[in-house]
Design a protein around this ligand. Sequence first.
Ligand SMILES: Cc1ncc(COP(=O)(O)O)c(C=O)c1O
Length: 436
Amino acid sequence: MNAINMEHHWLPFTNNRMFREEPQIFARAEGVRYWTPEGQEIMDAASGLFCCPAGHARREIADAIHAQVMELDYTTHFQRAAPNSFRLATRLAELLPAGLNRIFFGSSGSEAVDSAMKICLAYHRARGQGQRTRFVSRNWAYHGVNLGGTSLAGMVNNRRDFSGATSDVVHMRHTWSDEQRFSLGQPETGADLADDLEEICKTYGAETIAGVFVEPIAGSVGVILPPQGYLQRLRAIADKYGLLLIFDEVITGFGRTGSAFAAQEFGVTPDLMTMAKALTNGTVPMSAVAVRTDIQQTVIDAAEGDRPELFHGYTYSAHPVACAAALASLDIYRDHGLFERAKALSPVFLDALHSLRNLPHVFDIRGYGMMGAVQLTPGAKPGMKGSLVQRLLFREGLHLKATGDALIIAPAFVTGEDDLARMIEILRRVLGRADL
Ligand SMILES: Cc1ncc(COP(=O)(O)O)c(C=O)c1O
C-alpha cells in the first residue's frame, strides 16, 4: 500500500484527508465481492454504486468490449455513426414504456440530466413557448453534479458552494414523514404532497415552467418512496399545466424496482426519462435520455435549413465501446431473467433488512425492490455516524454507500441468499457495537 502515491488524485465526494489516513482500496472484483490489495474480501452490498446488478467481472461483457475495440474503437456521432448505437437505441425502446422511444446518449447520469433539461427547453422553444425556462424539483433530490443537476439538487450540501452558478429551480417538499418509519411498501398517505406542483404553477405561472424532475424513488438521499398515488398526481398536474414530467431513473432503471423501469413498476409514464449506471453493468461510463416520440419530432420540425436540430452532444455520445457493453449487459439481463430475479429476491432482501430494526442506532428502515436504507440516529454532528459506520463496515468486510446517516444497500440481483444473509450479519455486528 505504501507504494501508492496518493497525493495527486483528488477523490470525488470524499474526505481526502481522512482517506489518506485510512485508504480503503479495491484492487479486484468478481461476482458480489471485492478484494483489497492485501487480499481482504469485501462483500459488495451496493452493486458498486448501483451500477452492477449482474455482478462483477462478467465474461460476456468483457468479450464484447474487447471485440468492439478491435473492430471500431471510436467514432464521433456528430454527422457520423456506428451501427451498434442504433441497435442499442432499438433495444432500449423495446424495454421502455410505449412512446418513450427516442434515445439520446451521454456518458454519465449527470450528463443525461443536463441533456434532458436542454431537450425540454428546446422542445418548448420549438413549439413557441420559449418563455418556459424554469424547472421544478424536490427537496432531498439528487440529479447529478453538472450545473443543471446542481440547480435541481435538493440536497443542500451539493448546492451550497455553487449557488452563484445555479439556475431557476423551485423545490417541492420531499415525501418522507415520521409516521412512515419502518413501514413496508409505498406509504399510504402523502399523495397530496404532489399538490406542491400545482401551488408552484400558480405562484410562478405555469407558462414559465418547462418541466418537473423527480426520482421515482429518491435514491442517493436514502431510498425515499413515493406515496401511493403521488406520481399519478404529479402526472395529472403536469398535463393540466403543459409541463414535461421527467423521471430520473439513473438508479431505479434496469430492474432495481423489479420492473425494467420504475415508470412501469408504478404505472406512470413520464415524457422524458434519464438512465445510466446499470446500462452497462457499470463497466463503461454511459447514460441515456429517453424522449417521447412527438417531443423529438417537434424539435426536428422546427429546425431550419441544414443545421442540426439540437445544438447539444458529447465527444463520447454513443461511444461504440459503451454501446457494445450496454448491448451485452441487456443480453445478460434478458437471458438470465435478472429483473424477474430482482422481483423474486426483493421480499427476502427487505425482510432481512427489517430484521435490523431493533438494533441501537437504527432510526428507520426503508426499501423497495432491491434497494433499501438503514437510517441511523444522528451522532454528534449529522453524517458523522454514517461515515464512521461505513468505514467500520469496510474493515469488517462490507461495502455500501452512506449518505449522511443513511446506509444505502442495493445488492446485485445475482446475490445468493446465503451471501445476502452474510451482508446483513456484518451490518448487524457493526451496528451492535457499543462504541458507535
Ligand atoms: C438519480 C440520479 N441522477 C443522476 C445521477 C448522476 O449520475 P452520475 O454520477 O453518473 O453523473 C445519480 C447518481 O447517483 C442519480 O442517483
